[in-house]
Design a protein around this ligand. Sequence first.
Ligand code: PMT
Length: 401
Amino acid sequence: MSILNGKHIVLGICGGIAAYKSVSLLRLLIKAGAEVQVVITPAGKEFITPVTLSALSQKPVVSEFFTANTGEWHSHVDLGLWADCMVIAPATASTLGKMAHGIADNMLVTTYLSAKSPVFIAPAMDLDMMRHPSTQTNLALLASYGNHIIEPGSGFLASGLEGKGRMEEPENIVKYLEDFFSKAQDLAGHHVLITAGPTYEKIDPVRFIGNYSSGKMGYALAEECASRGAKVTLVSGPVSIKAVNPAITTVHVESAREMLEECRKVFPETDIAIMCAAVADYAPATCSDRKIKREHDDVPVITLVKNPDIAATLGAEKNDSQILVGFALETDNETVNAEQKLYKKNLDMIVLNSMRDNGAGFGVDTNKVSIFKRDSDPMDFPLKTKAQVATDIIDEIVKSL
Ligand code: PMT
């Protein structure tokens, strides 16, 4: 029996030629035992008729906010609460833009904004629309809100051109959902500690030593763990992003010492700890309580002291049942340095990312990693979104539980 049996699924259909594939997707979901409510945009109805969709789903298709002749109100809030997940397939460039910016001018977008469940987005459009910076920015925004993007495939497009933009095949979308739900609870009952972002080490009230970490990798790990049922404590340096999943408790810190203190408070209760923060190795020995002025003739000398190593401290304190994972951000001698850190900090696993790889490391939405464990050969992964990298990392951790 499919894990989708009995699941409540809202299937959102937008106005694109790939809407014809939504019929197969709907049939497959029904066959898997899911209860499906179709919500279609006005443009979607130009491509596929509600009659076909309601016959297959055995439910009236929802498109407008109310039925014109009776005034019956269709509650997007109720639908959003009813759903175990929402799948938008195909998602057009226009709907992606509306979803990313909260433009709730149709039933599909209002339902999306009310949905408390995981949302899966399968874009479909012409290749130039797909690679346009507006579309890419909207997709990145939607992914940063915790939505799951089911990447389109490449091939022959309705325009006659060939390239990336074909909606993922219905069978693969169903498989994606089944995979999601079958591992959805594999971290249930586990408490995960994650560090993310940079640390700021104060020089004076207006200056600090810091680095370029955006927190994206650490926050993606936190969302992945929470979506798989874990309780997550995210100890975060100063970043401009927010955690979405309510199972994540974010503890905001600034310096390495504060980060260590907060980690040590929760570490004894956690069974997995992932050190993704870019912790400053050094801090000024003293912090001036007033702004250091440039009028002085001599250039100020800032004496640095070593910061505590948070990963190594937890490595020394961990017990046999705890899994401690570190990251290594390198510019050279990547493998040697990563392996040294694995043993020196008493880690169970280390994730290497190199500043030499395009699209990897600080700030970007993608990463390219290799995973080193004590008992197996290193595993190299291709460039992926940070959300997908988080899935790969957590899949490896789960194997060690
Ligand atoms: O935040 P993003 O913009 O998404 O970027 C993600 C990232 C590049 C910051 C992330 O993928 C990453 O590599 N984080 C670790 C960065 C780092 O500090 O690496 P390191 O090789 O210097 O440190 C090795 C390990 O020791 C890390 O797990 C680090 O968290 C930990 N450490 C380091 C120094 C210190 N004083 N205490 C620590 O715990």
